[in-house]
Ligand binder design. Structure first.
Ligand code: T5A
Length: 212
């Protein structure tokens, strides 16, 4: 891949504040004259948005086999990488993505218990060398994340994955922290419980440091 752009992803538990930070960071890049593309997973393409609807809302807990769930996330990502992310990076643009492959490693690998070696091979197949340059993990407690998500949806029904029990979401939180510890060159963990403006300042500090 002939890549001159910058690829940044945001990860974390439910309601961590990823979309909020992506929107603030996109404004900064635009002010600096960069071509910015913001996108999300699952989703970001017409096919991906269909898969998003299915993977989030098809029945309740237990209605989708973990193996099928894994492949739906993989299909959405393969499409997004080839149709959206790679072309933008090859033109020198900035891509900010709300969740990416690390979510699969943590949610389907650790929390669902699917084979991590198979998930690595799936990443090779769906991404090739299109890994992010930098990944922010916004760390929040499960309580904080859920209370934010519920407040925003004003009590509307939660989706299939959000409806999983608390230990599932604790595993997700710890999984992101462990992944960040294993790959310190790519990950930055930030306190997602801080006010949005403070989190944004930390994001910019990390970026300025990482990019010189
Ligand atoms: N998934 C995804 C997998 O299982 N495997 C995968 O491979 C992938 C890619 C996606 C679901 O799919 C799973 C993970 C998820 O369960 P989703 O709806 O996109 O579903 O869920 P989330 O990614 O968790 O997105 P959310 O929209 O719920 O959370 P965000 O984007 O992290 O949070 P945000 O910015 O929308 O903020 C939530 C609320 O909190 C407020 C905001 O104003 C908003 O109301 N807020 C703050 N409040 C106080 N302090 C702060 N610092 C705040 N930041 C935001």
């Amino acid at each position: 891949m002939n890549r001159t752009g910058l690829f940044i992803t945001f990860e974390g538990p439910e309601g961590a504040g990823k979309s909020t930070q992506i929107s603030l960071l996109a404004d900064v890049f635009r002010q600096r004259g960069r071509a910015v593309l913001t996108t999300r997973e699952p989703g970001g393409t017409p096919l991906g948005e269909e898969l998003r609807r299915l993977v989030k809302h098809f029945g309740g807990p237990g209605s989708v086999a973990p193996e099928a769930e894994l492949l739906m996330f993989g299909a959405s990502r393969a499409q997004l990488v080839r149709h959206v992310i790679r072309p933008h990076l090859e033109q020198g643009g900035v891509v900010l993505c709300d969740r990416f492959a690390d979510s699969t490693t943590v949610y389907q690998g650790l929390a669902r218990g699917l084979d991590p070696a198979f998930i690595e091979r799936l990443h090779d197949f769906t991404l090739g060398d299109c890994w992010p340059d930098l990944t922010f993990v916004l760390d929040v407690s499960v309580e904080t994340g859920f209370s934010r998500a519920r407040a925003r949806s004003q009590g509307a029904p939660v989706d299939r994955i959000e409806a999983e029990a608390r230990p599932f979401h604790e595993t997700v939180r710890q999984g992101f922290l462990a992944l960040a510890e294993r790959h310190p060159e790519r990950f930055r963990v930030l306190d997602g419980e801080a006010p949005p403006a403070a989190v944004h300042r930390h994001v910019l500090e990390c970026l300025d440091h990482a990019l010189g």
